[in-house]
Design a binder for this molecule. Structure first.
Ligand code: MG
Length: 411
């Protein structure tokens, strides 16, 4: 069987690099994106100079400040990252028809059989690397391998601003000396379990009996055995790039700067989240039937409540009505809330049956919202808002929400 050729392209320090385009004085400095040093919340991204101090994404901002007090703390700009993500995607799409964004700043390309067009894989990757640089002014790293898994690990090894190719047949020997943690899917917990079994390197994992791993970890053990040999095993790797690229769910969440029990603030936030969800629905030309509320209290206890509509919608107002009802029915009134989220699923391409009056009402809303979407494209996310009157400034947290991205298939 002819082997596959996959590229994994990952933008280098993406959020920071985009911020540097807008403010070149940040270049070369320790920069932390995500908020100010004394705020709660976490680091969205850190520049390479900041990483030298041990700062990394998902770390509390206050911890980052302790490690690197001289860092420049900047607010994230999700709309900028989306804009540049779209630019990256446009370049990738012009390069290969089989592209899948895996998050806001990384993508897989199936480059199998493109030799006649671009030459050998390494040459093609350099060409792509150059094109990304020219079109976006940003650096990226590219890994090339016969599986997406190895391509992803390879792009990480190529950082920053590099291209690396694992020659077919060399996958296992390339992986063997790496720490098990380098394998996507092996997180802190699995790493700990593996360490306790004396398994530290990917090579240790590859040398184990599959039956042993299956017995210890079940299905996940078998997936790990495959991964350790460089195969795309388990989870979303089971489908090919380009297969069913429509999202299965869309969600947005907001963590409050300070926990709040202020009803108007809470409902205004739900309105804003509903708008963001509605916008993504219209971007994907989808209608959702199931609306879900996520509510987290100060003590981190979290509830989710869902409701299915009689007919699917892509309207902010209808999503909001549902989310608010769910909230009113389930909020333990007076209890301070840490996080709210609105999640929609059960997609279809249209709304289904509607009577004439409802149809007219619906059509007007659609027109209004299409106009609002255009304004937002031109002037930024906060240009138009249902929640304009809301108390307290809403800052969209820059967590990467891959579902809102072009060419992205959900996990
Ligand atoms: Mg990246």
């Amino acid at each position: 069987m002819r082997s596959k050729t996959y590229f994994h392209l990952d933008m280098d320090a993406f959020f920071v690099s985009v911020e540097e385009l807008f403010d070149p004085s940040l270049k070369g400095k320790p920069v932390i994106v995500g908020g100010r040093a004394n705020e709660r919340g976490v680091v969205s991204a850190a520049s390479y100079p900041a990483r030298k101090f041990g700062v990394h994404s998902a770390m509390p901002l206050r911890t980052a400040y302790k490690l690197c007090p001289q860092a420049l703390f900047v607010d994230g700009h999700p709309e900028r990252y989306r804009e540049y993500s779209h630019k990256v995607y446009a370049v990738l799409q012009s390069f290969s028809p089989l592209v899948e964004m895996a998050s806001i700043d990384e993508a897989y390309l199936d480059m199998t059989g493109t030799e006649r067009l671009y030459g050998a894989p390494l040459r093609a990757a350099h060409l792509l690397h150059q094109r990304i640089r020219t079109e976006t002014l940003l650096n990226c790293s590219i890994g090339i391998a016969t599986s997406r898994l190895v391509a992803k690990i390879t792009s990480d090894q190529a950082k920053p601003n590099g291209v690396l190719w694992v020659i077919p047949g060399q996958e296992a020997s390339f992986l063997a000396p790496l720490d098990v943690r380098k394998v996507p899917g092996i997180g802190k917990v699995t790493e700990k379990q593996l360490h306790s079994l004396g398994i530290r390197k990917v090579g240790d994992l590859a040398n184990l009996d599959e039956a042993f791993l299956a017995q210890r970890f079940g299905k996940w053990g078998l997936a790990m055995a495959g991964k350790s040999r460089g195969l795309d095993a388990g989870g979303w790797f089971d489908t090919d790039i380009g297969e069913n690229s429509a999202p299965k769910s869309i969600s947005h969440e907001h963590t409050f700067g300070e926990d709040t029990a202020d009803l108007s603030k809470l409902e205004a936030t739900l309105a804003r989240l509903s708008e963001m969800v509605g916008r993504r629905l219209r971007e994907h030309n989808l209608h959702a039937r199931t609306i879900q509320l996520k509510l987290r209290y100060s003590d981190f206890s979290t509830i989710t409540r869902a409701h299915s509509l009689g007919r699917a919608t892509q309207l902010d107002t209808e999503v909001f009505d549902e989310a608010r009802q769910l909230f009113r029915r389930n909020w333990n009134a007076g209890a301070a809330v840490r996080l709210l989220g609105v999640h929609v699923s059960g997609f279809s391409a249209n709304t289904g049956q509607m009577d004439l009056l409802a149809e007219e009402h619906h059509r007007r809303w659609e027109q209004a919202l299409a106009a609002a979407d255009k304004m937002r494209e031109k002037f930024g996310e906060s240009a138009v808002s249902l929640a304009a009157s809301m108390r307290g400034k809403f800052r969209e947290r820059t967590h990467e929400n891959p579902v809102g991205l072009p060419g992205k298939r959900p996990k």
